[in-house]
Design a binder for this molecule. Sequence first.
Ligand SMILES: Cc1cc2nc3c(=O)[nH]c(=O)nc-3n(C[C@H](O)[C@H](O)[C@H](O)COP(=O)(O)OP(=O)(O)OC[C@H]3O[C@@H](n4cnc5c(N)ncnc54)[C@H](O)[C@@H]3O)c2cc1C
Ligand code: SF4
Ligand code: SF4
Length: 410
Amino acid sequence: MPDTPVPQSPALARVAKGDLCAGCGACAALAPGKVTMNVAAPGYLRPVQSAPLAAEQEAAIAAVCPGLTQSVAPQGRKDPVLWGPYVEMMTGHATDDAVRFAGASGGGLSAVLVHLIESGTVDAVVQTTASTDLPIGNMAVITMDRAAITAAAGSRYAPSAPLEGIMAQVAAHRENGKTYAFVGKPCDAVAMRSLCNRDPDVAATFPVILSFFCAGVPSHTGGKEVLAKLGTTLEETAKFRFRGNGWPGQATATAHDGSERSMSYHDSWGGVLSRHVQMRCKLCADGTGVAADIVCADAWESDVAGYPVFEEAPGISLIVTRTDLGAQLINAAKEAGHLTTEPFNVEDLTAIQPGQRERRRALMARLAGRRIVGKPTPRYEGLQLFAAARQNPILRNAKNFLGTLRRSLR
Ligand SMILES: Cc1cc2nc3c(=O)[nH]c(=O)nc-3n(C[C@H](O)[C@H](O)[C@H](O)COP(=O)(O)OP(=O)(O)OC[C@H]3O[C@@H](n4cnc5c(N)ncnc54)[C@H](O)[C@@H]3O)c2cc1C
Ligand code: SF4
Ligand code: SF4
């Protein structure tokens, strides 16, 4: 007898139709046993539905999925057009040299995590590290001490679905009261914040949300292409680091015999990985973590033309506190000696984050180019897309619109 087709979730169908999935895993958390995250060609994490969803699961996914929706309100905070609501912005780095070295930039996020654990603010952290099965892939990990946090530091330019398993921590919290900090991409933070707003148990389990600036998630095909450029293969690779161990640090493949091959950040991200990012990332209105309490990014130096330079240097993180809680935690981490900071002028951010700047300015035209041919797009509220588009000349907006329209029709 042929299998009866599973009635598809309208929310997940809309995401699939628009290729809007960010791969966060929230839908799998909301529909356990019915939705799972699988690797789909060309190597992104995507939900697979195997059973009909209950009405409340459907409603929850439609409300939480960052492929479908994101809203933010300034609530009295400074709210610059390109960077979203924030309380304070500064630069800084971990005071522990090992954490700073391992970190993607200055180890800012890891220093805060160490503080959260060592001060007893939370019991553990849900974060992302290299997959034990796939060196160029990722897996969620629970860390509870400085050594484990340092081992998971660094940026991993590959799919991650850190929300997929979070209901296990929520269930544990109901039993034992344990709390967790959550680290994820800005879209993960959006989904986590929505879940916290909907479900007091999730909010009680995850009192702190951390994120980082994000230009996009490349597929595993991108990771394999970096290996090929390094003259090696997945089979020959035991470990892979995308960056970190210095700032920005090298993309480094370690073979089973311990030998290493490396490539600069400029060549790996700029030359390969950035060409493999998923569609949702090209339509992302928030690569800067507006839903998180604390966000870190690269506080690159800029050259005379105002563009970021990627020369190796001791790491410096840009640190953005987006909530009062985030600001309190940064002060506490400084007082406890985990973090040191310097003032930073928000006006300087436009020059050192050209990828974020240009995507935000182009977004309204891109969304219009898709909507006009009936392609689903995420619903964004409070992200000032019109004001961002006005920072571009009309001709550039027209070019972005027509380019997206042409690609959408194809
Ligand atoms: C996909 C991606 C895109 C990025 N795009 C930008 C950008 O546009 N601009 C910019 O300034 N910086 C970008 N970064 C780098 C990011 O800014 C740095 O990670 C940030 O400066 C934090 O550095 P840190 O030293 O404070 O963090 P660390 O102390 O190194 O901590 C990094 C944290 O991020 C977590 N993490 C790493 N990779 C992932 C992942 N794939 N999914 C979920 N969690 C992860 C780790 O578990 C760790 O907790 C990107 C990173 C990634 C992974
Ligand atoms: S973006 Fe997240 S919640 Fe939405 S479909 Fe993809 S994995 Fe599921
Ligand atoms: S660019 Fe946006 S959608 Fe893509 S992974 Fe980063 S935060 Fe998520």
